[in-house]
Design a protein around this ligand. Structure first.
Ligand SMILES: Cc1ncc(COP(=O)(O)O)c(C=O)c1O
Length: 460
């Protein structure tokens, strides 16, 4: 008997939210007012919002039910204990410390472990992780495998850590200056590519041999675990939960933005095994986030996270999730649009350098493309290139471009249907057909840190 091959959304839609259609002329006005920065646009003026997959998930009926059950006690809330139990079941880590989102966990961790003269290696730091490391006075060093930087090269685990480079760094700088090493799963700033179990295990062994703790930036642990199931020999018959548990077993702690793979709109946590580190973290938590059993979240948020962590490991969900993101990537490749290969877990990354070869990095090809996608079809995407990671050398003033010029189409979880994605594909195809006419951008004003959020631009 033939089996039906179509992979469908493993849910029905119970609540809907209308989206608003503007004309191109109206969008031009919106963009001009926003200083050509898509972070400055009112969400109501966006038709399809692919700015981020963070905090944009649709909640399930069970999560909403959990929200009604939320226990809002200041101390010892029932919801905290449910949250703690579910996080511990997956991570196996001893101390579970809730925070209002991922960057709060990062700030606490790097406030304690960071400082002048210290070095933090990571397969690739996400922007807030890098900012928190640097704000402590320490250096954030990215060590992705070389093929991770080549958008057109296929590979199963292009998010991996470069172990030779890590070994060399530990040797040159000395383990005493490296308070911890981090692996980001999946590697968001490097095309959303997964990290293999073998790479996590080997990184862990290398670090532990010199007394360096290993942490996971675990935002997308479930998507990474499912990639391991699909692509790494020996894991096909294991459940995603078992795979996730093994990933965490090599780590001494993790930071987590629950806004991704806990399928919620707000929340996060820091989890560690070290009693001393946990005690210091809780002391900071009480001052800046809240009492250790709520950490800046409402009891109902903790319920939603606890339930989301169960749902995200459902393999029907993960199969649909990874397949629906790959669909967008494959269709774009079919029409010749250069995308980071292979498609990542939560997003498709258009290679803006290859899309607009006539726009040099210092004229921000990614920003130019992202603005045109908004103008043409009301699609909001995100530049991940020289606007986000480019720098000026403080002594010479010379422009240092980012390694890659990408435009990220991040797909919110359980929000858009296939016809929404077909609309996006058609729109990108039309912009691609007239790509020769697109021009670069100039920065008019920018803040000292995380400039992509608030900088203002002008078309050249
Ligand atoms: C890999 C990674 N780490 C950390 C963060 C920060 O999480 P949050 O936005 O919850 O502060 C993000 C957010 O996008 C991320 O993608």
């Amino acid at each position: 008997m033939k089996r039906v091959k179509t992979i469908i959304e493993p849910f029905k839609i119970k609540t809907i939210e209308p989206i608003r259609f503007l004309t191109r002329r109206e969008r031009q006005q919106v963009l001009t007012d926003a200083g050509y920065n898509l972070f400055n646009i009112h969400a109501d003026d966006v038709l399809i919002d692919l700015l981020t997959d963070s905090g944009t998930a649709a909640l399930s009926a069970r999560q909403w039910a959990g929200i009604m059950e939320g226990d809002e006690a200041y101390a010892g809330s029932r919801s905290f204990y449910r949250f703690e139990k579910n996080v511990r079941e997956i991570t196996g880590l001893r101390h579970i410390i809730p925070t209002h989102q991922g960057r709060a966990a990062e700030r606490i961790l790097f406030t304690i472990t960071g400082g002048e003269g210290r070095i933090f290696p990571n397969n690739t730091h996400f922007d807030t992780t890098r900012a928190n490391v640097e704000m402590s006075g320490a250096d954030a060093v990215d060590l992705p495998v070389p093929e991770g930087a080549l958008p057109s090269v296929e590979g199963n685990f292009k998010g991996n850590m470069d172990l030779e480079a890590l070994e060399a760094l530990i040797r040159q700088r000395g383990p005493e200056h490296i308070p911890l090493c981090m692996i980001t799963v999946t590697n968001n700033a490097n095309g959303g590519q997964p990290v293999s179990m073998e790479n996590i295990r080997n990184t862990s062994e290398l670090c532990h041999a010199t007394g360096i703790p290993l942490f996971l930036d675990a935002c997308r642990f479930a998507e990474n675990a499912y990639f391991i199931k699909l692509r790494e020999p020996g894991y096909r018959r294991k459940s995603t939960r078992e795979i996730a548990r093994e990933m965490f077993s090599y780590a001494d702690g993790c930071t987590m933005s629950a806004k991704k793979d806990a399928l919620v709109n707000i929340g996060g946590f820091l989890a560690v095994n070290d009693d001393n580190l946990a005690q210091k973290a809780r002391s900071i938590l009480v001052v800046t986030e809240g009492f250790p059993t709520y950490g800046g979240l409402a009891g109902h948020d903790l319920e939603a996270i606890a339930q989301g962590l169960r749902e995200v490991l459902d393999e029907h969900y993960l199969k649909y999730r990874l397949r629906s993101v790959a669909y967008v990537g494959e269709k774009l490749s079919e029409i010749g649009v250069p995308v980071f290969q292979p498609p990542g877990g939560h997003a498709i990354y258009i290679d803006a350098k290859a899309f607009l070869p006539h726009v040099p990095s210092h004229e921000y090809p990614g920003q130019s493309l992202a603005c045109e996608l908004y103008l043409h079809g009301g699609i909001r995407s995100c530049e991940i290139g020289s606007v986000m990671f480019g720098k000026r050398d403080p002594s010479t003033g010379a422009f240092q471009p980012a390694r890659l010029e990408l435009v990220r189409l991040a797909i919110p979880r359980r929000v858009y249907t296939q016809s929404h994605m077909d609309y996006v594909l058609e729109c990108i195809g039309e912009v691609f057909a007239k790509r020769d006419k697109l021009k670069g951008m100039r920065i008019v004003s920018e803040p000292p840190l995380l400039r992509h959020f608030t900088a203002r631009f002008e078309p050249l």
